[in-house]
Design a binder for this molecule. Structure first.
Ligand code: 5GP
Length: 217
């Protein structure tokens, strides 16, 4: 396939100073830096939409959005695929469905990973499925999800992940479409949370130590 593992952000990338961007003042002191500005996320998403259209275009596709963190990326990705569908000869007829997975407490992945809602995915049988996820860390979540989805015998499964962390991937699962490959930092914003905070931040940012303490449960 395509030789595109996403935009690689190196370990020494310090991010942008918070003073250079707008962000809600209820988060002042809680962030280290702006790691990926919202506009860059949008531009990259536009390209991912084109790659997806090139590969999957002209076939009915079920988009499966992985909640909660995936909602923003999914909405923006679907929006750009819709733009391509109305402005070119190719179209991607889509339906959108949602699945919820939960595993994180504070900034630690927990062992028990459960699927909440939409447990009967029989509507995926025989369909092209595009799973849309915000972030792949160890790949454990993605592996669990793929196993669950495969059981319903879709015709094809592709995965779009906005972020992939450069960590030892024990699961062997890697998205087909990757926005950015990032170092092993805990990031928030653009619907990615820390104990439900920071979803209302448009840039992807690195949380500060005091931010972690403040919102710890
Ligand atoms: P994995 O199973 O791949 O280790 O973890 C994936 C899940 O952990 C993601 O779906 C996400 O919910 C959460 N996660 C992993 N890394 C981060 C991070 O840097 N920030 C946030 N907010 N969530 C993360």
């Amino acid at each position: 396939g395509r030789q595109d593992g996403g935009i690689v952000i190196n370990d020494d990338w310090p991010g942008y100073s918070l003073d250079l961007f707008n962000y809600p003042k209820h988060y002042s002191g809680d962030l280290e830096c702006v790691y990926i500005p919202h506009g860059v996320i949008m531009d990259r998403t536009e390209r991912l939409a084109r790659n997806i259209m090139d590969d999957l275009g002209d076939h009915d596709t079920v988009v499966l959005c992985v909640l909660k963190a995936g909602y923003q990326f999914c909405a923006d990705l679907v929006e750009r695929i819709k733009t391509l569908s109305r402005n070119s000869d190719h179209t991607l007829p889509m339906s959108v469905n949602f699945i919820r997975l939960k595993s994180y407490v504070n900034d630690q992945s927990t062992e028990d990973l459960h699927i909440v809602g939409a447990e009967d995915l029989s509507f995926l049988t025989g369909k092209n499925v595009l799973i849309v996820e915000a972030i792949v860390d160890t790949g454990k979540t993605m592996k669990t999800l793929l196993k669950h989805v495969e059981a319903f015998r879709p015709k094809m499964i592709k995965v779009a992940g906005l972020l992939v962390k450069r960590v030892p991937n024990t699961s062997g699962c890697f998205p087909d479409y990757v926005g950015f490959e990032i170092p092993n930092h805990f990031v928030v914003g653009y619907a990615l949370d820390y104990n439900e905070y920071f979803r209302d931040l448009n840039h992807i940012c690195v949380i500060s130590e005091s931010g972690k303490q403040k919102y710890k449960i």
